[in-house]
Every structure is written in structure tokens, then in C-alpha cells.
Design a protein around this ligand. Structure first.
Ligand code: F6P
Length: 363
């Protein structure tokens, strides 16, 4: 009798709307069409290091399409090649990749599906080089993964952020204020750019285009002069003034990318209030745009990606990630994905479109 195919699934990095929709799609397709056994790895790479997993049956992956977060748990710290422990103030770094390879063998996994962002893909690429048959699915609200036009979770984050901008408009208008909304996205400005356009932000400040505080103040003053006695500014957490630095909220030493950004909106608020004399308020949306149920678009995208990745498994196209290219999907080599974040170019069509309708980038 032929041995059943055994496929492991893990979700790594920050949680993101649509993770469960991908898990559901991969697992259901492989169960229905291949009679496969699905191993759910707990808490991302942490579960591979410590051999924590549970078998997923059909009922486990039913009814989870609309659920936010991940039923498997995740970690944006765990890295088999760099396990960081802090003992008595000392940082100890250990390579536990051999342990991970042994656990994968022990589980008799024919293939591993890694759903995650650029950090997860970089680790997947190394595991693939070390001989693990695996495939990747791009996830992140930040939309900053190379090799794919778009990631699931991004649409949901943009929708929630846009609603945030809409809600700030009323207070801005009523109080004749400058309202600043700070959005996640790390070093990439995709969320701020899309939400800023969708919400009709007057000024959009993104990490890729450092701003000149005097220019930002000029735009606000010019609007006031024209009779628009309020301004909406959307700013990415990784934005910074020309010649200035990003604002780091905290350092997570165990994490591969230790700096957690946040707080630039407060700096901008103080600077603007001082220069313009106008009442200014800063709001940080933070994790609110990362939680909850995925939008219809993200549910559809996540389902398609799950189905596509199951196809890659059947074709044994390991060492790849499924990427979106226009209206179709492609297999991208993981080593090409792990080349740093995909950023907004200064002359991106969306930047140009925003400028065309009078939006300032503060430059
Ligand atoms: O990558 C997703 C993301 O939400 C970023 O936009 C943000 O900078 C970071 O994760 C926050 O990480 P944490 O959840 O560890 O605070």
C-alpha cells in the first residue's frame, strides 16, 4: 500500500488576516485530492525547534475561513539558525537547525508549507538549502515581500486604516485641527500610500520619501489660507524627516529584525504645532489594522494562494514561493525572495497619481 503524503504547515512572523484561509485551502485541497495527512506545526519555527505539533483533520480546517489570527499560533522571534537566550544579562545564540531537520524527519514530513513574511521566507530559504522540501506562501499586512505583486492581509489592513482616516476627518473638520494617523508597515510605505489615497489624506509621509518639516507646514498653512481649516496627514511608522532618524519604540533582541518602530507621529505633531501654531493630534493605529476578520478580497487571495501552493507540492517544485503576478500566479525561487523588503519607488504610479490630485509627500 502506498504511504500517505504527510505535509507540515506553519505560520511564522506577525499574525495577519487570511492566515487561516490559507491553512484551510492547502489542507482541504491536499486532503480531498491526495488523501494527505496534515501536520499543524505550533507557533511557527518555534514548533519545529521544540517538536510541537498537532494533526489537523478536515473538521479542524473547516469554519476557519473568516477567522483572524492563526489557529496554529505564530512567533516573530523563533529562528532555528539563531535561537537567542538572554541569561544573567548575557545573550547566548545557538544554531538549532540540526534539531529542526531531525524533527522534520521524525514527523516523516514529505513537505513543509511555510506561510509568512520576508523573515519567514529567509529562514525557509536556508532550510531549503539544507535539504528540506518546502514551499512558501507570502503573508504580511506590509505588502513588502519580493516576488509577489501583493500579499494577503494587506487589503484588510488598508481597509481598516482607511476607515480610521474617514473617522479622523470629522474631528479634524469640526475642530479645525491637524489630525495625524500613524500606520504600521515597517520600512515600506505601502499601507500608508494606499490608505492615504483611499482616505483622501492631504499629506502622505512614507519611509521611502523623507519629509521636509517646513514643506509639510507650508502645505498645512496654504490649505488654511484657502479656507480648508483642517488637514489630514497619514504617516508610515518608518517615515523620517530629511536628515533625521526613524523612531524606534522598542528593541526585541531575540528577533532577527530587533527594532520595533513607532512614535514618529508624536514627533511630527509637536514639530507641526510649534511651527504652525495650529492644534494638532496624533493617533497611532498600531495592531488594530492587523487583527480581526479578513476582507472578501483577502479571503479570495488567501484561498487561491493555498490552492496554488498545493499544486506546487504536487509538482514537487520545492524551494519556491507562490507569488502573484498580474492576474496569474508563479513559482518564485525562495533565494530571490530573501533579498530584503520590496519598497515603494519614488516614481511609483500611485505616488504620481496622488501628486496629481494635489496630495503632498512633504518633499
Ligand atoms: O510586519 C508586520 C508588522 O505589523 C509591522 O507592520 C510592524 O512594524 C511589526 O509587525 C510590529 O511587530 P510586533 O507585533 O512585534 O510589535
Amino acid at each position: 500500500m502506498n504511504k500517505k503524503m504527510r505535509v507540515g504547515i506553519l505560520t511564522g512572523g506577525g499574525d495577519c488576516p487570511g492566515l487561516n484561509a490559507v491553512i484551510r485551502a492547502v489542507a482541504k485541497k491536499l486532503m480531498i485530492e491526495n488523501n494527505a495527512e496534515i501536520i499543524g506545526i505550533k507557533d511557527g519555527y518555534e514548533g519545529l525547534i521544540s517538536n510541537q505539533y498537532r494533526m489537523l483533520g478536515y473538521s479542524d480546517v473547516s469554519g476557519i475561513l473568516t477567522l483572524g489570527g492563526t489557529i496554529l499560533g505564530t512567533s516573530n522571534i523563533a529562528n532555528p539558525y539563531r535561537v537567542v537566550q538572554i541569561k544573567n544579562g548575557k545573550t547566548i545564540i545557538t544554531d538549532k537547525s540540526k534539531q529542526v531537520l531531525a524533527n522534520i524527519k521524525r514527523q516523516k514530513m514529505d513537505c513543509l508549507v511555510c506561510i509568512g513574511g520576508d523573515g519567514t521566507m529567509a529562514i525557509a530559504s536556508r532550510l531549503s538549502n539544507d535539504g528540506v522540501p518546502l514551499v512558501g506562501v507570502p503573508k504580511t499586512i506590509d505588502n513588502d515581500i519580493r516576488g509577489t505583486d501583493v500579499t494577503f492581509g494587506f487589503d484588510t489592513a488598508v481597509s481598516i486604516a482607511t476607515e480610521g482616516i474617514d473617522r479622523l476627518h470629522t474631528t479634524a473638520q469640526s475642530h479645525h485641527r491637524i489630525m495625524i494617523l500613524e500606520l504600521m508597515g515597517r520600512t515600506a510605505g505601502w499601507i500608508s500610500l494606499h490608505a492615504g489615497i483611499a482616505g483622501g489624506g492631504d499629506i502622505i509621509l512614507i519611509p521611502e520619501i523623507p519629509y521636509d518639516i517646513q514643506k509639510v507646514a507650508q502645505v498645512v498653512k496654504a490649505r488654511n489660507k484657502r479656507g480648508s481649516k483642517f488637514s489630514i496627514i497619514v504617516i508610515g511608522e518608518g517615515a523620517r524627516p530629511k536628515g533625521g532618524k526613524v523612531v524606534v519604540q522598542r528593541m526585541v533582541q531575540e528577533s532577527t529584525i530587533a527594532a520595533r518602530l513607532g512614535g514618529i507621529s508624536n514627533v511630527l505633531s509637536q514639530d507641526l504645532e510649534q511651527i504652525t501654531g495650529l492644534s494638532t493630534r496624533a493617533v497611532v493605529m498600531g495592531h488594530l489594522i492587523r487583527g480581526g476578520s479578513p476582507t472578501a478580497n483577502d479571503r479570495v487571495l488567501a484561498t487561491q494562494l493555498g490552492v496554488q501552493v498545493a499544486d506546487l507540492i504536487n509538482k514537487k517544485q520545492f524551494g519556491t514561493m507562490v507569488g502573484v503576478s498580474g492576474c496569474s500566479f508563479k513559482a518564485v525561487k525562495l533565494k530571490d525572495v530573501a533579498q530584503g523588503p520590496k519598497l515603494v519607488s519614488k516614481n511609483h504610479p500611485l505616488v504620481k497619481a496622488a501628486r496629481s490630485v494635489g496630495t503632498s509627500f512633504g518633499d
